[in-house]
Design a protein around this ligand. Sequence first.
Ligand SMILES: Nc1nc2c(c(=O)[nH]1)N[C@H]1C(S)=C(S)[C@@H](COP(=O)(O)OP(=O)(O)OC[C@H]3O[C@@H](n4cnc5c(N)ncnc54)[C@H](O)[C@@H]3O)O[C@H]1N2
Ligand code: MOO
Length: 426
Amino acid sequence: MTSGSGSQPGLTPLDVALRLACEQVPVSDLIETRELTECHGAILREDVIAAINVPSVDNSAMDGYALRMADLALLPQTGALTLPVAGVALAGHPFIDEIPTGRVVRIATGAAIPHGADAVIIQENVAASADESEIRIERAVIERVRQGDNIRRAGEDVKQGTVLLPAGKRLRPQDVAVAAGQGRAHLVVARPLRVAVFSTGDELAAPGGELPPGGIYDSNRFAMIGMMRAIGCDVTDLGLLRDDFAVLQAALSEAADNHDVILTSGGVSVGKADLLKPVVDSLGSIEAWKLAIKPGKPLMRGRIGDCLVLGLPGNPVSVMVSGLLYAVPLLLHMMGARIEDRAIVRFPMPAGFNLKRRTGRREWLRARLHRNGNGQMVALPFHSSSSGVLSSMVWAEGLIELAEDRAGVQQGEIVDYIPFAGLQAF
Ligand SMILES: Nc1nc2c(c(=O)[nH]1)N[C@H]1C(S)=C(S)[C@@H](COP(=O)(O)OP(=O)(O)OC[C@H]3O[C@@H](n4cnc5c(N)ncnc54)[C@H](O)[C@@H]3O)O[C@H]1N2
Ligand code: MOO
């Protein structure tokens, strides 16, 4: 992450704000044991240590014949070697005995290597007799066989005792699969945070209802709910609240009693109807406000009892940007995610545009990658940088990040590009 130097006085740089928030907001001690099939996306809250070697025994990587290397020395001066087949080893059905000297064992991929065998020749490289009682191996093939060929060694994939998955890891399909490979049917994971979500504003109408003259439909609630669900939170949709001190106070007070987090949009600026701050102040405390970021500057962090309150600004792009870059990493921290699993992935890309801008806030432009006439990939911003234009987020496939002190961009200069897939809530 960039340092945040060059921030406008009075505004907190994002990195500082997040670091402080992570210091002041404790990691939740609420954990649960969950069935493996339900673990995808959850934050692991135990170290998963390999209880067994994978594979548990040496096994064959290919379909073919297991043999003793020493037997290949029996090859006559000219021609080929013919060896009788002593039996068959299939996955789940091993050849129990030691492989007899001078014989081979027909073996399937995944079957245990019979005792005494030290290489497998693939079946395409030998000629089996019609009744499959013996195989003929040509000199050229024998000369190429090496000790250990096509044998997967016990513990080659996973060594017993190693930390396979560290606590704090956000579980991807492969992580859950590797736990299954250890025979684990359950994992200890973070209990989903209970997040109450609502939008505020007298101009808002709920989708499905009628739109009053001059009104707008509430879109922010759905962006917030989506981001929260994407990181595994248990969301309560509290709908729309009017710009009314008593209404807001009653709703927040009740929500704080049975949620870990309250997430709201709107009403955190300095206008007459921006009541969220005084309401939170009356019920608890405000711990941080105003970040050096664009969009999303008026961003409130407060507390009512044990409940964290995050007041995101009302502009629809601001909600998403501050949600993705501040609320999501903070909530992942609360669920015990490691820093790596809260990280944002940035790719340096040449800019396909020119821009002049005011310094002092870190800024994110809605962006896409585009292949220009020279076949070079460049990052391009949306034509408007207004934080009210939600369709810019639909057009975009990522964000261009400009550091606080960057006064502009010249075509061809390198900018940081964050694909949406490099954020945690997609
Ligand atoms: N004098 C100042 N005015 C403003 C400042 C400032 O520093 N001084 N900051 C501006 C910035 S930056 C932002 S961002 C907004 C944030 O203000 P609020 O959080 O109080 O948001 P509202 O005023 O309630 O709404 C802003 C804008 O967004 C629309 N909106 C609100 N909620 C929704 C929703 N749920 N779905 C869709 N659209 C929503 C609302 O209609 C407004 O157009 O303040 C600036 N002003
Ligand atoms: O923070 Mo505001 O989002 O710049 O529009």
